[in-house]
Design a protein around this ligand. Structure first.
Ligand code: BES
Ligand code: MN
Ligand code: ZN
Length: 492
């Protein structure tokens, strides 16, 4: 996509399609439109062709008073300023409607767009991101591809500091590209996307981005290093497990660390899952995919930070060598774990990855990302990821990044009381805490491996993909993570 920001007069802007947003009943149209166009909009409202209702659209050919070939009218359904979420939906709707036209270029007038508490760079950044995200397709395995959107040129018409707005637009596009990578990896089926495939993708990125280093820990090496928890999961599959490590060193001081769960397929292992919807367990690597996505955005923006990305990749399968319920393993941290249900594999691959990154890189803060528990889906549904942290400032920063991008999180407890559920008669810790508060006890388990670091855990089980007829990876929480990283890069 060719992006630009322009302060040109909309009437004189030569474009395939001018995007015009109005409130309910066509109220509050852009003041920069000429009278002939405003009159046409009033007539279209009067005739009932355009209502200005929420996300309603009308495409007008050869609009009055404009150099544009088409005008796309889009309604907000309100006379008030938009909130963050509704604005992002509006931008996605604009993209969707444009994709269904023959327009190869479009220009959106922003002068009447008001989003509560947000400035113009925000509108440009998040609008660009949302637009791009809405145009995403995953057609790799379709013999007959769905028609690709023709839209190639995207202009935002607004006044303001041209350099700052250009920068905001580049940021939005870079976050969208990171999100698209996370979606691509997530959508790949389990027979293609296995740990070694993820290694190949990481190595491609290493070649593509100057300054990005990739290191790989094989299952054999992990075994030798004492990662008994990681190996207890990887052991059950024909496909070897891998720990992929990205290193980006363009800042000062200790690095930040992202650690992602990448179970490329989760059958449950010996504690096998029921068949219904098990296909969705190909998405069980979306935490790892979000690390890939965030790294991509960081590289594209050349962010001046030190960052380590760790992706713990394994397949959870039942096999003659697979872990049994009741097995006890020693983790890299030295703590022993009684495995009670082999379907709780995410915390096992993560605990060793968390210990390793602390031993090796002494990060100043760690965020792990995982599709960890079905219980989290019950608790928060698809709107918010669960945010756990042992540090108030870190938790606040992530929640804030979520609000800013509409990729929202919600704070959850790590109280001592919940830890009692993890007592084991045989080992240092039991690896599950029973049916109550499953997302919380999973987080409590992880917290036992990050006591000496500033650490946060995102349970993205409800947000990483959508089910049903629009099934697919969402790329969340790449927007939250990259906003946080950009904020960190801005701190001096
Ligand atoms: N990957 C699943 C969690 C999951 C399930 C995410 C459904 C999204 C939708 C995880 O590995 C798992 O199976 N967790 C178990 C833990 C339980 C055995 C303590 C779960 O949530 O049922
Ligand atoms: Mn599982
Ligand atoms: Zn899992």
């Amino acid at each position: 996509m060719d992006y630009s920001v322009s302060s040109k007069n909309p009437a004189q802007t030569r474009t395939d399609c001018l995007v015009v947003v109005t409130g309910n009943d066509g109220r509050n149209p852009p003041a920069s439109l000429p009278e002939a166009t405003l009159k046409q909009i009033r007539e279209l409202v009067k005739s009932g062709d355009f209502t200005g209702g929420k996300l309603k659209t009308l495409l007008v050919q050869r609009p009055e008073g404009l150099a544009a070939k088409r005008m796309l009218l889009v309604g907000t359904g309100t006379d008030k300023a938009l909130e963050t979420g509704p604005f992002l939906k509006l931008a996605a709707r604009v993209a969707g409607a444009l994709a269904e036209t023959g327009a190869a270029g479009a220009a959106w007038i922003l002068d009447n767009i008001e989003v509560s508490g947000r400035d113009t760079p925000w509108v440009v950044r998040e609008g660009t991101r949302s637009l791009e995200d809405a145009l995403y397709r995953f057609d790799e395995y379709r013999t007959e591809k769905r028609p690709a959107p023709r839209l190639k040129k995207w202009t935002l018409l607004t006044e303001g500091n041209a350099r700052a707005l250009k920068q905001a637009q580049s940021e939005g596009a870079a976050v969208a590209r990171g999100t698209a990578l996370a979606r691509d990896l997530g959508n790949q089926p389990g027979n293609v996307c296995h740990p070694e495939y993820l290694v190949e993708q990481a190595k491609k990125m290493e070649k593509q981005y100057e300054g990005l280093k990739v290191q790989v820990i094989t299952e054999k090496q992990a075994e030798k290093m004492g990662m008994g928890a990681f190996c207890s999961v990887a052991r059950g599959s024909e496909r070897d497990g891998r720990i992929i490590v990205f290193e980006w060193k363009k800042g000062k001081g200790k690095p930040l660390a992202l650690v992602g769960k990448a179970i490329t397929f989760d059958t449950g292992g010996i504690s096998i899952k029921p068949g219904a919807n098990m296909d969705e367990m190909k998405f069980d690597m979306c935490g790892g995919a979000s690390v890939f996505g965030a790294i991509r955005t960081v590289c594209e923006l050349n962010l001046p930070i030190n960052l380590v990305g760790v992706v713990a990749a394994a397949e959870n399968m039942p096999d003659g060598r697979a872990t049994r319920p009741g097995d006890i393993v020693r983790t890299l941290s030295g703590q022993t774990v009684e495995i009670l249900n082999t379907d709780a594999e995410g915390r096992m691959v993560l605990c060793d990855a968390l210990t390793w990154v602390q031993q090796k890189h002494k990060p100043k803060a760690i965020v792990d990302i995982a599709t960890l528990t079905g219980a989290c889906v019950i608790a928060l549904g698809a709107h918010a990821q669960a945010v756990y942290a042992n540090d108030e400032a870190l938790s606040g920063a992530l929640l804030e990044a979520g609000e800013t991008t509409g990729d929202r999180g919600w704070p959850m407890p790590l109280w001592e009381e919940y830890h009692e559920q993890l007592e084991s008669p045989f080992a240092d810790v039991a690896h599950i805490g029973g049916p109550k508060a499953g997302s919380v006890t999973a987080a409590c388990f992880l917290s036992r491996f990050t006591r000496d670091s500033k650490w946060a855990h995102l349970d993205i089980a409800g947000t990483a993909w959508t089910s049903g007829n629009k099934k697919g990876a969402t790329g969340r929480p790449v927007p939250m993570l990259t906003r946080w990283l950009m904020d960190e890069a801005g701190k001096k």
